[in-house]
Ligand binder design. Structure first.
Ligand code: UT7
Length: 330
């Protein structure tokens, strides 16, 4: 009998039903399908229904991952959620999800504020926690309902984002997907370049700030974020490959954070990867923040893009700046 190993035992994703096209955005702001497509590669994105909230998206992805793992909610020992669009400010979305799922009174925690890098960081933490105690099963979710918390009149950001959730269950099995290497880093010196600044102790909510719409404002220097994203996702990818003495050509698939098709192409070029090695779904879903990597992972697997034995690299970059990469063996 093969020995049990710790790793990912289930994958799940969820996207809201409503599809919003670039043409629809052109009815709200001064933009065009041509601009959005050529600058970002995005054609459509999903928008949560008015009665859907973050925990609804998280629940759907979590149940899909549990079903894929052949496990029930009672089997969960811990829940970790990466999100920058939480259910409420306090308590964490994890508390809402624990109750919604009907899970046991297990610990939950949110990883907030690391933007689009959140899920890969949460996966790393979840794997380490699972390795600490035999039999521990951990649900890791990346979820974002960005369309609810952005300014629908700011064309420089609103056309980029979409709503989604992705999840994995970590546990032990003889076919678990192993985490071979991880890396992560932070450069807080440019925290204000991609940020939501209102609502904390530095700039508490006031009537005036709410009237200005500060709570929906996303600070964003697109060009600078673009350059950093290419540099850091490439760097993190090289680091995990080096850790295990592997090369880019050994990778069956790379699942990069889906922020911009041009960013993905630039990473592929810098690492010497072919188009076939890159997983891209940005055309359909846009940038879904911390949901982007786990959603793409679940879809790539469901579409048969990943086979047993494959090396798959995840890499992400987001606000902070934070970046992370993880190398998986299926
Ligand atoms: O998820 C976290 C990571 N996020 C990212 O990695 C995003 C990184 N950045 C990007 O993807 C790109 O910088 C953008 C897609 C956001 C922008 O593309 P760009 O090629 O860097 O364009 P730009 O910001 O330099 O803007 C070019 C022009 C500007 O007009 P002027 O100043 O040249 O007259 C913008 O005002 O495009 C204008 N513009 C738009 N035009 C039509 C900005 N947004 C729009 C829009 N529609 N939606």
């Amino acid at each position: 009998m093969t020995a049990l190993r710790v790793g990912i035992v289930g994958f799940g994703g969820y996207t809201p039903a409503r599809v919003m096209t670039n043409e629809e955005w052109a009815e709200h702001v001064d933009t065009s399908d041509e601009w959005i497509t050529s600058r970002t590669g995005i054609k459509r994105r999903r928008v949560a229904a008015p009665d859907e909230t973050t925990v609804d998206l998280a629940e759907a992805a979590a149940r899909a991952a549990l079903e894929d793992a052949g496990l029930g909610v009672e089997d969960l020992d811990e829940i970790v959620i990466a999100t920058d669009t939480p259910e409420v400010y306090t308590p964490d979305t994890g508390a809402f999800l624990q109750h919604r799922l009907g899970a046991r009174e297990v610990p939950t925690y949110d990883l907030g504020g690391s933007g689009c890098a959140g899920f890969v960081l949460a996966l790393d933490i979840g794997m380490a926690r699972a390795a600490q105690k035999a039999g521990r099963r951990i649900l890791v979710v990346g979820v974002e309902l960005l369309t609810r918390l952005m300014n629908w009149k700011d064309r420089t950001t609103c056309v980029l984002f979409g709503d989604a959730a992705g999840a994995v269950v970590i546990g032990e099995s003889d076919t678990a997907v192993e985490l071979l290497a991880t890396t992560a880093g932070t450069d807080g010196s440019r925290a204000g370049i991609l940020a939501r600044l209102s609502g904390g102790t530095r700039e508490p909510f006031t009537l005036e700030s709410a009237q200005r719409g500060d709570h929906l404002k996303i600070e964003f220097n697109g060009r600078e974020v673009f350059r950093e994203a290419v540099k850091r996702m490439g760097q993190a990818s090289r680091e995990v490959l080096d850790q295990v003495g592997r090369k880019a050509e050994d990778l069956a698939l790379v699942i990069p954070h889906q922020a911009n098709k041009r960013i993905i192409d630039a990473i592929a070029k810098s690492l010497g990867l072919t188009d076939q090695q890159m997983y891209v779904n940005i055309e359909e879903f846009g940038n879904t923040g911390s949901a982007s990597v786990p959603l793409a992972l679940a879809q790539a697997r469901a579409q048969g893009r990943i086979q047993a034995g494959d090396l798959v690299l995840l890499t992400a970059f987001g606000a902070g700046f934070h970046w992370a990469a993880a190398l998986l063996r299926f």
